[in-house]
Write a protein that binds this ligand. Structure first.
Ligand SMILES: [Mg+2]
Length: 248
């Protein structure tokens, strides 16, 4: 199977989409690789293309990399499970009468990867977000894929615990961890203690989790445009080096 990277967040709204946008844009536009993005499970879809729900995170990945709308067959491999309600995948799927099958996602991503140089896939929610009523989670998908995992942690109070729990579960499953990327998901406060916490969080996660810190995504206002996202990976040398190993 072609190489792939799985982006896992410590929480919902941890910064996974911006991280995925940045990585895909960097790998395609700076490194010249035909890397394709994927969002295998997406809830909170509001738009339809050709009658099918479109995944907003995938739309963002494609825009970041300057990719035109893919053909419907390719789109189905990139985003096989899309649902309207903005809730946990197991609930959204159950409401739609669908069972999310991790093996079907694995097969779709393998087929997608075969059509390009490699895949960057963004998960939904956190690592133990349930996918179906059997209780299978994003972790089961990660196990099936066996791809290196990039952990994205929102740099906020409480993120050390969330990140260390995520890293512990990945280690227990013997899954390779590429490293941790911190994301500033809210405008930074000028309060001195908040600033000290913000500076310490990445170091604490890296030291206590024994995992490389690959970079820090600054706060991006909603008006930030795809060219801004692209610079993030380029300006984080540790991240760029980790990506070179995964996508040689
Ligand atoms: Mg997202």
């Amino acid at each position: 199977m072609k190489p792939g990277l799985l982006i896992v967040g410590t929480d919902t709204d941890a910064g996974k989409t911006v991280a995925a946008c940045s990585l895909v844009a960097h790998l395609r536009l700076d490194c010249g690789l035909n890397i394709l993005p994927a969002k295998p499970v997406q809830t909170g879809c509001t738009r339809r293309t050709d009658g099918s729900l479109a995944a907003p995170d995938l739309d963002a990945h494609l825009a970041a990399a300057g990719l035109a709308a893919p053909a419907p067959a390719l789109l189905r491999l990139m985003a096989p499970y899309c649902f309207e309600p903005p809730c946990s995948p197991h609930l959204a799927a159950a409401q739609a009468g669908v069972t999310i099958e991790p093996a079907a996602i694995r097969d779709a991503l393998a087929e997608l990867a075969a059509a390009c140089d490699g895949v960057v896939a963004e998960t939904a929610g956190g690592l133990l977000a349930p996918l179906n009523l059997r209780g299978e989670t994003m972790l089961d998908l990660a196990r099936l894929l066996g791809w290196p995992v990039l952990v994205v942690a929102a740099n906020r109070l409480g993120c050390i615990n969330h990140a260390l729990l995520t890293l512990r579960v990945l280690a227990d499953a013997s899954l390779p961890v590429a490293g941790v990327l911190m994301a500033q998901t809210a405008p930074p406060s000028a309060d001195p203690l908040a600033a000290a916490i913000r500076r310490d969080n990445p170091q604490a996660i890296s030291r206590f989790g024994r995992v490389p810190l690959l970079g820090e995504i600054p706060y991006l206002p909603p008006s930030a445009t795809p060219p801004v996202w692209r610079t993030l990976a380029r300006e984080a040398p540790a991240l760029a080096q980790a990506l070179e190993k995964i996508f040689p």
